[in-house]
Design a protein around this ligand. Structure first.
Ligand code: NAP
Length: 231
């Protein structure tokens, strides 16, 4: 069955590759991001590969931009079957939890943690029941792995996203909406850099699985490589 799938941060990297893999399966994809030119280019690319794709500009760090995007989405007169919160930032200046610039830390936590929660709140009224929410997190957000000593604000933002995932899963259980988090592994993208061992196509495997083949009743869990991992 064809699904309507909205992906944040989908004009490059893991978001765009997830859009491509899901588009190839025949699903209709709503790609969102801040940079409109790159977004239109991504949508054009997918359409030229015979996929159904729409563009929606949305800055997940701005409540007003999220509100406007939800209004624009309403004009499509469709409901969402899957929402993938993929957009995130990781700054090279995010070096110390004690000494890094606080506005950078707040921006990181707002974009990567609060942003997905606000996107969920704005789009829940247009989500089907049942449907699925997938939050792209990171092993950096794990509370059980040792602290890696890199990008502390980013790691804190992903721990927040994991905590939000569990709370949302609990509150949305009775509506039949599953909510899970994914660590895509270390992936070759603008964020992951050239030395990352995984390709974007490997990075998209688990989000694509959760959006499609994973059992609907799987919820409130954290996955890597289609396998549950500890929070
Ligand atoms: P990327 O190449 O840097 O892409 C990030 C995407 O997010 C871009 O489309 C960007 O587009 C968008 N974005 C950034 N800030 C945004 C905002 N405020 N509002 C809306 N869109 C925004 O990163 P990636 O490697 O594909 O990462 C995708 C996801 O995987 C992220 O959640 C990341 O934390 C996670 N992850 C990645 C790795 C890795 O090794 N790459 C590892 C673990 C987890 P615009 O700038 O145009 O908005």
């Amino acid at each position: 069955m064809k699904k309507n799938i909205l992906i944040t941060g989908a004009n490059r990297g893991i978001g765009l590759e997830t859009a491509r893999q899901l588009g190839k399966l025949g699903h209709s994809i709503i790609l969102t991001a801040r940079n409109e030119d790159r977004l239109m280019e991504a949508v054009h690319q997918l359409k030229s590969e015979k996929m159904e794709a729409h563009a929606l500009v949305m800055d997940v760090a701005s409540e007003e931009s999220i509100r406007q995007a939800a209004v624009e989405f309403g004009k499509l007169k469709i409901k969402l079957d899957v929402l993938i919160n993929n957009a995130a930032i990781l700054s090279g200046e995010d070096e110390s939890i004690l000494h890094s610039n606080e506005s950078l830390q707040i921006q990181t936590i707002t974009t990567n943690g609060l942003g997905p929660l606000r996107v969920c709140k704005a789009f829940l009224p247009v989500m089907n029941k049942p449907s699925r929410i997938i939050n792209i997190s990171s092993g950096g957000g794990s509370m059980t792995d040792p602290v890696g000593g890199w990008a502390p604000a980013y790691c804190v933002s992903k721990s927040l996203l994991n905590a939000i995932t569990r709370q949302l899963a609990n509150e949305l259980m009775e509506d039949g909406i599953s909510v899970n988090a994914v660590c895509p592994g270390w992936v070759k993208t603008k964020m992951g850099g050239a030395s990352a061992p995984r390709s974007v196509s490997q990075g998209a495997v688990t989000p694509v699985w959760l959006a499609t083949e994973a059992p609907q009743n799987l919820s409130g869990k954290f996955f890597r490589d289609k396998t549950e991992i500890p929070w």
